[in-house]
Design a binder for this molecule. Structure first.
Ligand SMILES: N[C@@H](CCC(=O)N[C@@H](CS)C(=O)NCC(=O)O)C(=O)O
Length: 217
């Protein structure tokens, strides 16, 4: 089946890894363009011309940019509905739950884990209180996610791209020093995800992207 020309702007470790996993799962052809957030490449005129928000992910579709992970994941799933980004059961409640999962990861968890990993981005003042409040909010939100995994196995009851997004957010928190011990199911989510070949390919792409950027120095 023919497909649009796709270019994904990505930084290893960023939430754009979820979009990488989605494209891999869908088996779509795409070109990966690395944006080195570590050196502020997202603020250069060149990248701002591509994405005025200065963020990744951005998916160029035949030259036209689509931002926001939730939109990109939805688009990829629309292009390849049988790829299994979301459960095959597609009743109104399941579709709503899928949107809810992406929204929870992007809208609720993402700002919280940013507050843990990089509190200085959320205040002009002292980062310490932001980190403290983010830690409190992370405990509350991840507790709900842990309960959901305990009840349903996966966020949507069966494996989906939402679990990859959840794993990314939890990984950022853990790397920032968040105490993961009260959340054993979230803590071991990456091991369960490693049984999915698209997730393994995404991790390989992460490693290759890191070494590409390291060699550019
Ligand atoms: N709401 C956006 C968030 C995108 C976002 O914040 N991406 C981060 C990486 S995880 C980024 O590009 N940060 C660079 C910056 O803010 O300067 C989405 O879901 O795609």
């Amino acid at each position: 089946m023919s497909q649009p020309e796709l270019v994904l702007y990505h930084f290893p470790g960023a939430c754009s890894q979820v979009a990488v996993c989605a494209l891999e799962l869908a088996g779509l052809e795409y070109r990966l363009e690395l944006v080195n957030l570590a050196v502020g490449e997202q603020t250069t005129p060149g990248y701002l011309a591509v994405n005025p928000l200065g963020k990744v992910p951005l998916l160029l579709i035949d030259g036209d940019g689509l931002s926001e992970n939730a939109a990109i994941l939805t688009y990829v799933s629309e292009l390849r509905p049988d790829a299994g980004l979301f459960p095959a059961r597609s009743d109104p409640r399941m579709r709503a739950e899928a949107i809810g999962g992406m929204s929870f990861c992007g809208g609720t968890l993402h700002p919280i884990v940013r507050g843990l990993a990089n509190p200085g981005r959320l205040t002009n003042g002292d980062g310490a209180p932001v980190r403290e409040k983010s830690n409190e909010l992370a405990n509350k939100s991840f507790k709900q996610a842990e309960i959901r995994l305990a009840n349903c196995g996966w966020w949507l009851g069966e494996w989906s791209i939402v679990d990859v997004y959840l794993n990314w957010a939890f990984g950022v928190a853990r790397n920032a020093g968040f105490d993961s011990t009260p959340f054993p199911l979230l803590d071991s989510l990456h091991e369960r995800l490693a049984e999915q070949s698209a997730f393994v390919r995404m991790m390989e792409i992460e490693a290759a992207s890191r070494s590409t950027l390291a060699n550019q120095r």
